[in-house]
Design a protein around this ligand. Sequence first.
Ligand code: PEP
Ligand code: MG
Length: 579
Amino acid sequence: MTLELQGIGVSRGIAIGRAHIVFHNQPDVREYIIPSFSIEQEVARLSNANELAKQQLLSIRDHIPTNAPTDVSSFIDTHLLMLNDSSLTTVPIDMIRTRRCNAEWALQLQRDALINVFNEMDDPYLRTRQDDIDHVVNRIHRLLADENVLEHEIPDGRLKGHIIIAEDLTPADTVLMQHQGIAGFVTEHGGATSHTTILARSLGIPAIVGVESVRRYIQDNEPLILDGELGSIIAGASDTVTSEYQHRLTAFRQHTASLSRYKAQETKTKDGKAITLLANAELPEDITMISNAGAEGIGLYRTEFLYMNRTSPPEEEEQLAAYRDVIESMNKPVTIRTFDLGADKTVDGGRSHGATVTNPALGLRAIRLCLNQPNMFKTQLRAILRASAFGKVKIMFPMVSTQQELIQAKSQLNSCKQELNREGVSYDHHLEVGVMIEIPASAVCAEMFAKQVDFLSIGTNDLIQYTLAIDRIDNQVNYLYDPLHPAVLRLIHMTLLAGQKHGVDVSMCGEMAGDPRLTRLLLAMGLSTFSMHPNAILEIKQIINETDLSKLPSDALQILDMDDPFEAEYLLENINASN
Ligand code: PEP
Ligand code: MG
C-alpha cells in the first residue's frame, strides 16, 4: 500500500533511498540529591561531558568539506560559543554545588531558564537561538547518559544513500550526515528558515520539515521517495511511480550539471532584453561562491554580521576594512545595506531598550534604529563612504517608510561627506543612494521615493510579511506566506511602474528574485535586476536566456487581479509553459 505524507519542502531535489530512522529523543532527565562528598565528582562529570561535546563539535567542524558554504561552519561555531559560555558552564556547576542536585538536572534547570528568557523576548531571531540551546543541551545530556558517540557520527558508511527520518536535526547533524552521503532528510519539527534548513539548501540536500509524527508511520529501512519541491514523502510506491521518480531524479541531476554552461553567457532574454543578475551576500566569505556563480555584482550586502556575537559595536576602521575587502575582491558594484538590526540585535544584546516590545518586527529596527542611534549610524556611513574610494559602491537604507526618514538618512550621509571633505579623505562623490521597498506603505508611495533616490530595491521577504500580517518565521502561519497573493504582486508592480516613470532602476533582493517559478512572471511585470542567493543564479539565468518576452501569454498580468489562488497558480503554470 502506498503512503504519502506531506510536509514543507525546504530544499529542492528528489531522493530515492531507504529510511534510516533516528531516535535520539531527549534522555529522561530526573532529579536526585547528591551526597556532599560526591559533589565535586558530579561537577567533574558535567565538565567532562561539556569538554567532550566541544571535542565532538570540533571534530565535526574538521569534517566540513572545504568547498562548503561558510554558513556551515558558522552554525557549528555558534554551538561551540555556547559551550564556552558561562551560562552553560559555570551556572549549572554552581547549581550542583548549591542545590546538591545531579548534573543532568542542573543542566535542565538552566536550559529551562534560558528558554524562558528567549520566550519572553518573542523575537524571530532569538527564537532560532532557542533551537540552538536545545541542540547543545541535548548533546551534553546524551553524553552524560553515556551515549559517547551518536550513531550518525560514526563514519562507517552506514547512512550512505539513506533518507534520514528524525524528530529534528541540528546543523552539526546535517553536516555530518551530508559527509556520510545521505540522500535527503525529513524531520517532524523545523521551519523553512531554521538553521538546519538553510544548511540543507546550501549543501544541496533534498529536505522536508514539519511532517508530524513521521517516525510513527515510516518503518526503518523501508524504501522511500522524497520530493523536496512538493514536500512529499512516499512509502510503498509502485514500480511505475518509482521509475517515474527515477527519471525525474536523473533529469534533475543532468539539469544541475548542465547549468554550468550558463556561467560564461550574458544574461539576456531571447528577444534581446538585457537582465542584470546580482547576488545577496551575508558574510565576506560568500564572495568566492558569488564570483563562481558569475554574478554581476552584489545587490544586497547584509552588514548585520558585523554586529553578531559581540558586545561592542564595530568601529569605523573595522567596518572600512570589511567593506573594502569585499569591494576589492568583487571588483564589481556592491550595494551595501546599512544595518538592518532589530530590537534584539543592538550592541548590548537589546538590554538597553526594545528587547521586550510586543511586536519587535514592527518596532525600533533597521533605519528607525539607525536614526535613533546617530553615532552608530554615522560610524557606518563614514565607513561606507570611505570604502567607496576603492570600487563601485552603492548605499541602501532598509525599511524606510516615510519621506522624513529618507531626508534624515540623507542628511546624515551629507554631514558625513562634509566631515570627510574637511578631513581631506577621499570617497566617491557620486555614490548612489537607494531605499528598500519592503513595507506596503513604501510600495504604495514608491513614486515619492523614486523622485528622491538613485534606485529602489524590493525586499519581498518583509514586504510579504507586512502586507499579509504574518510573521515570516512562525510555523503556525507559514501557510499564509504567499508571494502570489494579489496584494503582494500589485505592490511589486506599483514599485516597478514608479521606477519606470521616474527613470530609476528597481531591483528585487528578496527570496522571490531567486525563485525559478516566478522568474517569467517577474520579467513580464518588468523587473530587470534580480539579486539572490548565489546558488540560484545559474538556474535563473537559464530561465531568462530561454524566455522570449514577446511570447509570454498576453494575459500574464491578469494574475494581479486574481482572487482565487488556484486560478493564479494555473496562470503561472501557463506563463512558465509558454515559449
Ligand atoms: C527582504 O526583506 O526581502 C530582504 C531582502 O531583507 P531581509 O531578508 O534581510 O530582511
Ligand atoms: Mg527585509
